[in-house]
Design a protein around this ligand. Sequence first.
Ligand SMILES: Cc1cc2nc3c(=O)[nH]c(=O)nc-3n(C[C@H](O)[C@H](O)[C@H](O)COP(=O)(O)OP(=O)(O)OC[C@H]3O[C@@H](n4cnc5c(N)ncnc54)[C@H](O)[C@@H]3O)c2cc1C
Ligand SMILES: NC(=O)c1ccc[n+]([C@@H]2O[C@H](COP(=O)([O-])OP(=O)(O)OC[C@H]3O[C@@H](n4cnc5c(N)ncnc54)[C@H](O)[C@@H]3O)[C@@H](O)[C@H]2O)c1
Length: 469
Amino acid sequence: MDMPHFDLIIIGSGSGNSILDERFDDWNVAIVEKGVGSTGNYGGTCLNVGCIPTKMFVHTADTASSPGVGAKLGVDLELRDVRWREIRDRIFGRIDAISDGGRRYRAEGGSNVTLFQGEARFTGVKELTVATADGPETITADRFVVAAGGRPTLPELPGIERVDFQTSDSVMRLDELPRRMIILGSGFVGAEFAHVFSALGVEVTVVARSGALLRAEDEDVAQRFTELAQARWDVRLNRKQTSVEQDGDVVRLHLDGPDGPEVVEAEQLLVAIGRTPNSDLIDAAAGGLKVREDGKVQVDAEQRTSVDGVWALGDISSDHELKHVANHEMRVVQHNLLHPDELIDSDHTYVPHAVFSSPQIAAVGLTEQEARERGVDYVTKIQAYGDIAYGWAMEDSTGFLKLLADPSDGTILGAHIIGPQAPTLLQPLIQAMQFGLDARTMARGQYWIHPAMPELIENALLGLELQPE
Ligand SMILES: Cc1cc2nc3c(=O)[nH]c(=O)nc-3n(C[C@H](O)[C@H](O)[C@H](O)COP(=O)(O)OP(=O)(O)OC[C@H]3O[C@@H](n4cnc5c(N)ncnc54)[C@H](O)[C@@H]3O)c2cc1C
Ligand SMILES: NC(=O)c1ccc[n+]([C@@H]2O[C@H](COP(=O)([O-])OP(=O)(O)OC[C@H]3O[C@@H](n4cnc5c(N)ncnc54)[C@H](O)[C@@H]3O)[C@@H](O)[C@H]2O)c1
């Protein structure tokens, strides 16, 4: 029998799923998806085990934290109960239905799209073999989009194979809240889940390799976050894990640190030490694709891989493992597929990110340590929430916005916020940087609603010590 041949094969139903719109109606397309998480859901990481469910849990955790917020305002609130299974089922009741709908739409919907369900591997250049439930199926195409993402990295740790541990793929579906949880890793995932589980009543221990949590952030932000975390969680800095063991319902993690060996124990261990690109799962090398040393599929600015007609996007190839970046690159690939003679580039100049922990963090542009290393001429201004009117209303004493700007012309070089609504507050600064609005014009060229939170930005801009015009 002839191998089925397509105009386009898309591997991965995360951002890859969004490529197809009505302009592809006369293309013969295949989508290949193996399923993510313990339930094998359709629709990729963000929808099923990433951005969306985590933020639904974060919002719930923020609500559970209200007694702490109320206390300093003179309002006594009490957290009486956390109905974990109800929370979990509310969140996944919504998500699983969307995922099922997405799968059904592709499986039964458009006559020009064929869905192959199973793990795919390249078995030649532009040739893919999918392990479907009915056995292997080999398919070929003129063009490919590789959007196969990544997966949680597992630690090489003596004893780990005998431990029932969690990753971000599984931890949100636990049947019971544990009494205690160890979180190994202090990046995005560690910081967000530490907030979620501790706010819901779990005793959290965070284990970090270095001397700060979220150490990729601007140094002042990482330091403030670490201080606040130490007041809330059992934080072990500068620790190296040496082994792990399961003893009945308890997991024991052995560490080596500044004071020598020590052991931490809990009913659950969450591993959050980064993500591994799925270039090995798809056997990118067999497809002729160049793979970087860090496992990412190599792409150029137009998202082209080393094989003509094969494109890649998102976590499998990007330096930024963020959904808004995967979506941007998806739109670039979509355009380039439709307009092969007018290719456009991805724009990674000002990529913002946010950490939805407590407090929230959001940032764009250079950190102070990066500005220093690059020898850039800069001035900084740190504006505390506590020094603006809305900060008084909130009795905030720990949040701030740190700006970096070019002293000669006020070009904004970086913006870093730690505090309430940080991602929302950052957006006007992203806009200013992207569209080249300088600090003086941004500060005085518009009204700022009084006494709203964006006065944090206005005051920070006015506080920059720029050279006279
Ligand atoms: C816990 C968590 C929280 C996050 N929160 C945020 C956030 O708040 N904001 C943000 O911007 N980003 C967040 N991210 C990152 C974001 O989820 C990713 O950057 C984004 O989902 C990447 O999209 P993608 O399309 O590249 O890959 P994915 O969405 O991972 O899609 C890849 C798809 O390919 C499939 N696949 C892989 N290999 C094969 C194969 N061999 N055969 C068939 N199918 C295959 C997978 O099953 C998957 O469905 C979070 C990530 C995690 C883990
Ligand atoms: N709000 C968001 O946008 C959001 C939320 C979650 C995840 N994400 C994305 O997903 C990615 C993965 O998140 P993550 O937190 O797993 O990764 P991360 O890269 O943010 O943090 C990994 C942490 O693990 C540590 N680490 C790495 N290897 C280790 C090892 N062998 N032993 C001990 N510690 C080790 C690192 O020092 C770091 O603290 C993030 O980089 C981010 O791009 C984004």
